[in-house]
Structures are given as structure tokens and as C-alpha cells.
Ligand binder design. Structure first.
Ligand code: F7E
Length: 325
């Protein structure tokens, strides 16, 4: 039975990945923070149905010694590094912590694996934000990186580290360059979930409005379970390599609003308020990915349209809120 180690298991992607690996016969270990264990109802919600099947290790991946000890005891065959400060902010307040957690943790994992489990395959969760002010569209694996946010810079720095471990240390280290991907397990701070949870509140009479930033902003939105499947395909490919995972289709935040409110028969225009606090000034360039390489070499294609993803999210949010009433 192969052994996998996941960081970021409590998040959207980590929880779907844990399900996928368990279903495929893996022994699955995961690193979780003490704070998550102490606030299990809220912070382990995405994996509450899996906790009996998972082997959880309580530690912070910001601590090199903790990471080293866990790798020494698990000796994984595959390591999926999904944990990250993942909210894209253009404020300078949290620069140090974003840089630190996104770069250092990747380094601690790679260096420990190199010493203790050099056979282990390593997956790094790269992001379309690494393309930033992209120099071409749609972007593919040969597009030059030009990050515009500290998040993008931190991911790009860690990505270069991953490539270095592959090229200079011979490790099976690879990266998925993932575009936005959504599901009912998405964090509430991201725009799709912010919208679908607001629709649920409005529908059930708990709220009347939603405040957003730029509703003309466009994104290449896919379905999180598809993207997790891509991660596994990347890891099972013959050679370590990097892949763009995207749908190649753009939609605006306004499209998401329209789809989400339509599920409950409402017109978003009666409920939308603009709040400049959520407006990101530096978004002139729209990112759209070309997944041709993943299709050709991994047989991967996206399976869901945005309207179906949003429909599932709204219905789940209504059920969740309804159950609390
Ligand atoms: O923003 C616009 C906002 O926060 C999407 C992460 O997974 O994908 C994600 O990052 C768009 C942006 O995701 C609001 O300006 C308008 O254009 O859902 P988001 P993101 O920043 O694209 C990338 C690929 C990652 O790697 C990240 O980890 O929506 N927008 N009004 C708003 N966004 C938010 N959050 N809130 C608003 O009120």
C-alpha cells in the first residue's frame, strides 16, 4: 500500500485529495496545526468524515524540526504540499508571513525528503498568480512568469526551489500551475463562496445584500475535484514535470452572481452593493490557462461548467445554513 503525506488537508483541495487517495488504496497521513485540532468543529469540517481513515500529525510546517521528524516517521512515497497562505492580497501588511510560510515550508519538506525519503514523489501547488501580469494569453508551461502579488512571488520562489530539487538533486518533484478552482468546500473569503453563501443567507431571510469589489474581474474557474485528480495524474506520470491546469474559459464575477442568484430565482442587481475595500487595483490583466499539455500527456480535461459548479455550491450552502436553523 503506497503511503502519502498531505499538507493543507483541512482545506478544499486537501480534503478532496485525501478522499481520492483513500479510495485508491493509499495509507494517507496529513499534517494539521494544533489550532485546527482544538477547533475541530469549524477547522476540521472538510475532513470530519475522514478522520478515522486518516493518520493526522499535529505540527506546524513552519517548523523545520517538526517537518523533519514527521518525514522520518512516515517515510512517504508521495508528498502533496498544498498548505499555503492562499488568499491573494495586495496589501503590504502580511508580506513577511506569506513569503515565509509559502517558501520556507516548501524548503523544509524538500530538504527533509531529500535526506530521509529521496524516492518520494513531491507535488507542489503552484498558481496562475505566478504568471501575474502575464506576457501572453492563454498561458501555458512556456509562458514567462511575471507575478504581481506577494502571493504570486512567494509561489514562484517556491516553484523554482521545486525545479532545483528536480534538476540538481534528481528528485521526482513536480508542480501543478493551477488556476482558480471552486467547490462547496471553498473558503468563505474567496469570491465564489462569498457569493453562494450570501445567496443562501438572502434566500433564507438572514440578509438582504452582498458587498463586492470589481464584478467585471474575470477568472478561469474550474471544479476543485477535477484539479485534485490532475494532481494525482501529475504524480503518477512517468517523469517529473510541470503542468498548467485550467479550463481555458473566462467568466466574470458578474457571471457568478447571475448564476448563483438564478438558482433561487432572484435578480442579483437588487442585492449587490459595491465596497471599495474589496476592490483590487492591480488586476488589469486577466489570466486564462491552456491545459493542452495536461490533456496530451495526462489525459486530463475539466469536467464541469461554471454554472454547474455554482449551482452545487448554492444548494450546499442553503442546506448547511438550513440545518443550523
Ligand atoms: O478572487 C474579484 C477579485 O479571491 C477572484 C486563490 O485560490 O485563485 C484564487 O485567488 C476575483 C478577483 O480568488 C471580490 O478581485 C471582486 O478578481 O476568489 P478570489 P483569486 O484572488 O483569484 C488563485 C489561482 C490562487 O492561487 C489563490 O490561492 O474576484 N472580487 N469582489 C472579489 N474577490 C473576493 N475575494 N472578494 C470580493 O468581494
Amino acid at each position: 500500500m503506497p503511503t502519502a503525506l498531505i499538507t493543507g488537508v483541512t482545506g478544499q483541495d486537501g480534503s478532496y485529495l485525501a478522499e481520492l487517495l483513500l479510495a485508491r488504496g493509499y495509507e494517507v497521513h496529513a499534517i494539521v496545526r494544533r489550532e485546527a485540532i482544538e477547533d475541530a468543529d469549524r477547522r476540521l469540517a472538510n475532513i470530519s468524515h475522514l478522520t478515522k481513515s486518516l493518520q493526522l500529525h499535529v505540527a506546524s510546517i513552519d517548523n523545520h524540526l517538526s517537518v523533519y521528524k514527521i518525514i522520518a516517521s512516515v517515510v512517504p512515497d508521495e508528498c502533496y504540499h498544498l498548505a499555503a497562505a492562499s488568499f491573494v492580497s495586495y496589501s503590504f501588511d502580511d508580506e513577511a508571513s506569506v513569503l515565509q510560510s509559502n517558501f520556507n515550508a516548501t524548503h523544509f519538506l524538500l530538504t527533509s525528503l531529500k535526506e530521509l525519503a529521496p524516492h518520494c514523489r513531491f507535488y507542489f501547488a503552484g498558481s496562475s498568480e505566478m504568471f501575474g501580469h502575464a506576457l501572453g494569453t492563454p498561458q501555458d508551461e512556456s509562458t514567462e512568469f511575471n507575478p504581481r502579488s506577494i502571493y504570486g512571488i512567494s509561489k514562484l520562489a517556491a516553484y523554482h526551489l521545486v525545479r532545483n530539487y528536480r534538476q540538481n538533486h534528481g528528485m521526482f518533484a513536480c508542480a501543478g500551475i493551477l488556476y482558480n478552482h471552486e467547490s462547496p468546500r471553498r473558503g468563505f473569503e474567496f469570491v465564489t463562496r462569498k457569493i453562494t453563501s450570501a445567496v443562501a443567507r438572502i434566500h433564507l431571510g438572514h440578509a438582504t445584500t452582498i458587498e463586492l469589489g470589481n464584478v467585471e474581474a474575470r477568472r478561469d474557474w474550474g471544479y476543485a475535484p477535477d484539479y485534485v485528480d490532475a494532481m494525482h495524474r501529475i504524480m503518477r506520470h512517468d517523469v517529473p514535470d510541470d503542468f498548467v491546469i485550467a479550463t481555458g474559459t473566462l467568466h466574470s464575477v458578474r457571471d457568478v452572481l447571475e448564476c448563483a442568484f438564478a438558482v433561487v430565482g432572484l435578480d442579483y442587481r437588487s442585492h449587490l452593493r459595491f465596497n471599495p475595500e474589496y476592490f483590487r487595483p492591480d488586476e488589469a490583466v486577466t489570466l486564462c490557462g491552456n491545459h493542452a499539455k495536461a490533456k496530451r500527456l495526462l489525459g486530463w480535461t475539466p469536467t464541469r461548467k461554471l454554472e454547474d459548479i455554482v449551482d452545487e455550491m448554492v444548494r450546499k450552502d442553503i442546506a448547511l445554513l438550513g440545518a443550523k436553523e
